[in-house]
Design a protein around this ligand. Structure first.
Ligand code: PRP
Length: 179
């Protein structure tokens, strides 16, 4: 375990097993639909890569990047589009792939924006759901795990851009972010 990690919340094995279950569910529900899998950079990258490799139906890949207007602004719900999709989504089945839903601002913004482009459907697949932090009412359609309100890092999740490449999801030691 990394020295800055207090505890492992979800192990590599637990994550792998859960992703396989989600992939099987998506395979069943999206058979014949050629879904467009939209990864939200950067946190979703690990989940996205593993989820797509565990799926067996044909899928297409695209990415978006979003940013909040600095640390303070996130609580105001202001988000900004940094990178848009490469292609049109009209008539497509879209699955947004995220690492975590916290306040819900990012996904409610994204869902609204994508819906305005007339896709057939937009669903959310999130690895973690920190439900207790929700400010806007948004739900994952496909969810890996419920997550306690702890400072979690790893498997794509960062603190100041660090720890994203840990193969598990761990709770960061308070001493790391309180010093
Ligand atoms: C994280 C995460 C979600 C968002 C969730 O991204 O990947 O996109 O925050 O929070 P919300 O529900 O409160 O909007 P972040 O802005 O940290 O960027 P990153 O993916 O590059 O780490």
């Amino acid at each position: 375990m990394h020295q800055d990690v207090e505890n492992i919340m979800f192990s590599k094995e637990q994550i792998e097993k859960r992703i396989a279950e989600l992939a099987a569910q998506l395979d069943r529900e999206y058979a014949g639909k050629n879904p467009l899998m939209v990864g939200i950079l950067k946190g979703s990258v690990m989940f996205y890569a593993d989820l797509l490799r565990a799926m067996t139906i044909p899928v297409e890949m695209d990415f978006m990047a979003i940013s909040s207007y600095g640390a303070g602004a996130k609580s105001s719900g202001e988000v900004k589009l940094i990178k848009d999709l490469d292609r049109k989504i009209e008539g497509r089945h879209v699955i947004i792939v995220e690492d975590i839903i916290d306040s819900g601002y990012t996904l409610s913004y994204l869902k609204r924006m994508l819906y305005s482009r007339k896709p057939d459907s937009v669903k959310i697949c999130a690895l973690l759901d920190k439900y207790s932090r929700r400010v806007v009412p948004i739900e994952a359609d496909y969810k890996g795990f419920d997550c306690e309100d702890e400072f979690v890092v790893g498997f794509g999740l960062d603190y100041a851009e660090r720890y994203r490449n840990l193969p598990y999801i761990g709770i960061l030691k308070r001493s790391v972010y309180e010093k």
